[in-house]
Design a protein around this ligand. Structure first.
Ligand code: SAH
Length: 371
């Protein structure tokens, strides 16, 4: 059957609304050119990079090593305000904080900071909205607003790293992990996401110096983009949102499955695992009476074992119900049986600890409410 012709999705978001160029959009040469355009000596490029990526400053008024007379021009040209917090909401004894941001064109986006004893994880957005239309996901219901620029992705990281450093979210700490599990399909905004990943992982002053292994890119399964990502030499963790092992149900839960089937997605995941040596994560939102049957657990274990051997780990996510949906999470005994069966096939499987339930932290819920 022709899986292409039924494709209803938009992969290249319209360019409308992208913000003015920002320092965090530039590579090293771009930064050198930009300061030259402002009539500044070359060493200022490195100085600004240290301010932004090292000291986590995006406000020129705080860049006291910059000549006072030049700050306004630098601010205007290189540090336009990309995002303004609309509100912060905390829960889980303040160990989870969700921020709703407004972008320069009024677009809304979310990021969530989660503190754990041994790590601090930021969940970031790669697009405003999402075009993938998964029916259980709040963002998927709203459609795609636009791609985020590289700097809009990178600046979510800077803002969170700074908030952690300054003790605005509990005891002062360091940002250690990044997951692209906020709004959007990262591989549908491919170039900017890869560019952002390089800036997140490069050592200072070219980036924040977060280990690539601690960065997770989560995708609905755009198979060619997964292969392309494998060839970037980045070593980030790949997460694939599978949600069911059979095409019939996946065609409805993850509509892009009509374009790239379960088998094609798993082949691409295998290519990723082989190229990078990294274990692939499989995301599976357990939905009561929809995808939580024992036979599906068996089929999942079998297919993953076949396709990926031991280079796979299954993350079960209890469904976080979105407003107005009749779907719900699976009962705990059903979940436990599902885990047991997947493991029986020699596939490692755990249940994701769910943070932020009471602050509408399921993908896109906060932005949906605001609209
Ligand atoms: N578009 C990417 C990344 C964003 S979503 C992707 O699909 O992977 C991050 C994860 O949250 C995905 O696995 C997604 O399926 C899951 N998710 C979305 N809405 C959810 C909900 N209501 N309950 C549980 N998981 C959800």
């Amino acid at each position: 059957m022709d899986r292409v012709s039924s494709l209803p999705l938009v992969f290249d978001a319209p360019k409308r609304g992208l913000p003015p160029k920002h320092f965090a959009d530039l590579d090293e040469q771009g930064r050198i050119d930009a300061v030259a355009d402002l009539g500044l000596p070359k060493f200022r490029a490195n100085q600004l990079a240290k301010q932004y990526y090292g000291r986590l400053n995006a406000d020129v008024d705080e860049m006291t090593d910059l000549p006072a007379g030049k700050r306004d021009a630098v601010g205007e040209k290189l540090f336009p305000t990309l995002m303004t917090p609309v509100r912060h909401i905390s829960c889980d004894d303040d160990s989870t904080r969700k921020t709703l941001w407004r972008l320069h064109d009024g677009t809304l986006l979310e990021s969530v900071l989660m503190r754990y004893p041994e790590r601090n994880t930021l969940c970031i957005s790669s697009q405003a909205g999402c075009g993938m239309a998964c029916p259980f996901c709040a963002t998927g219901q709203g459609g795609l607003d636009r791609n985020l620029s590289t700097a809009e992705i990178v600046d979510q990281v800077r803002a969170a790293a700074r908030a952690l450093r300054d003790g605005e979210v509990g005891e002062p700490g360091r940002l250690s992990n990044i997951v692209f599990m906020g709004m959007g399909e990262p591989l549908a905004n491919y170039k900017r996401v890869v560019d952002a990943v390089r800036k997140i992982t490069s050592p200072s002053p070219d980036g924040f110096g977060i280990s690539a292994r601690s960065v997770t890119v989560s995708t609905v399964g755009l198979a060619p983009a997964i292969r392309r990502l494998a060839d970037e030499g980045l070593s980030v963790t790949l997460a694939v949102s599978l949600h069911t092992p059979d095409d019939e149900l996946r065609d409805t839960l993850v509509p892009v499955n009509n374009r790239w089937s379960v088998a094609e997605v798993l082949e691409a995941a295998r290519y990723y695992a082989d190229s990078t040596g990294r274990r692939v994560s499989i995301e599976y939102a357990l939905i009561r009476d929809v995808n939580d049957q024992p036979w599906r657990a068996d089929l999942l274990g079998k297919k993953l074992r076949q396709a990926l051997g031991s280079l796979v780990h299954v993350n079960l996510i209890p469904l976080n119900p979105t407003p107005g949906s009749e779907w719900d999470a699976s009962p705990k005994p059903v979940e436990a049986e599902f885990v047991r069966r997947v493991r029986e096939h020699g596939v490692s499987c755990t249940v994701r600890d769910t943070r932020g339930q009471e602050i509408a932290a399921a993908c896109g819920q906060l932005a949906a409410e605001e609209k």
